[in-house]
Write a protein that binds this ligand. Structure first.
Ligand code: PLP
Length: 431
């Protein structure tokens, strides 16, 4: 569910016509719905109510300060992967003691910063990392709270670039090795073994792999919890969202359709996992990113040219792969709709950006309403792994971001002025 819909043939975000936003702020423009953000968070939170739990939003999905503040106001914790993300959370008013620090490559400086800030747990991915955290904590005369990421070797049946829970990839420590790792880690004086963590992949649309992973790891969690007085078990993120029927999925009616029956809802997720987790008596952490923000954001672009060549219809827009890289990176699907609903039969179109890369496209041969130069189109479900992955490729400035709340809207990131792109570059004096 989300709050983007047509009202009298104009696309709205909550109570605001999106065309009024692009007229004011230009394109490419990211637009987020605050109502969608909070309702996604609240739905998940409510579904997990029987558990002592903490939802740690994965900041890497969308790090905008206003988005983080919205979630912090709801009581969210955060899953961070760098010092920069922790600083973002703190700048947004989030508290470090509700943050978990993930990632295979934490540097010493990052560990120092996170320890001093007082994070809830380091989610460690290797023994050398545990040794480093221990050494840094010793130096700072602190005890570092840690969990180890277990790799349960479960196939999440998702895209290869976002599968993380099998032995084929770099994440976590194999299930069979975990007990030995905890035994050795328990001898490190400056560590406190606080939990166990896993994360099997992203954009999972079935509950089965989650349940399989929890079942598989359960005997281990029980054993470790008893032996080392663990406080939490984090089951990671990865809840998938609707991309293919993104617009329709905003309506109450859609949720009664056959497609909707196959979508992983918070209720379905919780109905399968809560009974497994409740008897543990541990605090359960979740690290959703995409589920919270994915359908809460869109990217709006202006049609610059319509070019017909042979059988092809190219719609060339002013947004590009540097603004939203997911189609190029993961072959991902984003629904494309005009801001003003059009009459007439849709025609197969390639929506492409201006960059000289054949990967710079948003869709291929997709039936699309006939649009013309100067029209606007919205790329839906762009609220996760969208702006955060943007770059300055082709010296294109980072787009602006707007947050809508009811009838109000605010720029939550200004469009980057072009000269700022090279602000930190220097020409040496011998030139
Ligand atoms: C990426 C990531 C997440 C969030 O994944 P989503 O698919 O966006 O929910 C959570 N935990 C870890 C460890 C991650 O790497």
């Amino acid at each position: 569910m989300h709050d983007f819909k047509y009202i009298r043939n104009e696309l709205y975000c909550e109570g605001v016509a999106i065309e009024s936003l692009v007229k004011k702020h230009g394109t490419p423009l990211y637009v987020y719905s605050q109502q969608t953000l909070t309702s996604h968070y609240q739905k998940l939170d409510a579904a997990l109510a029987p558990l002592n739990h903490l939802i740690c939003f994965a900041v890497k999905a969308n790090g905008n300060l206003a988005v983080l503040r919205t979630l912090a106001n709801q009581g969210a914790g955060f899953d961070i992967v760098s010092e920069g993300e922790l600083r973002r959370v703190m700048a947004a008013g989030g508290v470090a003691s509700n943050c978990v620090f993930a990632g295979v490559g934490k540097t010493e400086a990052e560990i120092v910063f996170a320890l001093n800030a007082g994070i809830y747990s380091f989610n460690a991915e290797s023994e050398p990392e545990l040794a480093r955290i221990n050494a840094v904590a010793g130096r700072l005369r602190k005890i570092a709270p840690v969990a180890v990421r277990v790799n349960p070797n479960v196939d999440a049946h998702t895209h290869a670039k976002i599968t993380t829970g099998t032995y084929e990839n770099k994440f976590g420590i194999a299930l069979e090795e975990i007990e030995g790792v905890y035994a050795r880690a328990s001898k490190l004086k400056h560590l406190r073994l606080r939990g166990l963590q896993m994360h099997i992949g992203s954009q999972l649309t079935e509950v089965t792999p989650f349940a399989e992973a929890v079942r598989k790891v359960m005997p281990l969690v029980k054993k470790l919890a008893a032996k080392y007085h663990l406080e939490f078990f984090s089951i990671g993120g990865g809840l998938g969202i609707v991309y293919q029927h993104a617009l329709a999925s905003g309506s109450d009616k859609w949720w009664k359709t056959a497609e909707a029956k196959n979508i992983l809802t918070p209720e379905h997720y919780a109905a399968n996992l809560v009974p497994l987790l409740e008897p543990l008596g541990l605090r359960i952490l979740l690290e959703p990113g995409r589920f919270i923000t994915g359908n809460a954001g869109i990217l709006v672009a202006r049609v610059e040219y319509v070019k017909r060549t042979g059988k092809k219809n190219f719609v060339i827009v002013d947004a590009a792969m540097n603004d939203l890289i997911r189609p190029a990176f993961y072959d991902s699907y984003h629904e494309v709709v005009p801001l003003s609903r059009k009459k007439g039969a849709p025609i197969p179109s390639d929506v492409v950006g201006p960059i000289c890369e054949s990967g710079d496209f948003f869709c291929k041969d997709r039936p699309l309403a006939k649009v013309k130069q100067g029209d606007y189109v919205a790329l839906l479900s762009a609220g996760a792994y969208g702006f955060v992955m943007a770059s300055n490729y082709n010296a294109r400035p980072l787009s602006a971001e707007v947050l809508v709340n009811g009838n109000k809207s605010a720029v939550v990131r200004e469009r980057q002025p072009v000269p700022k792109i090279w602000e930190l570059e220097r020409v040496p004096d011998w030139l």
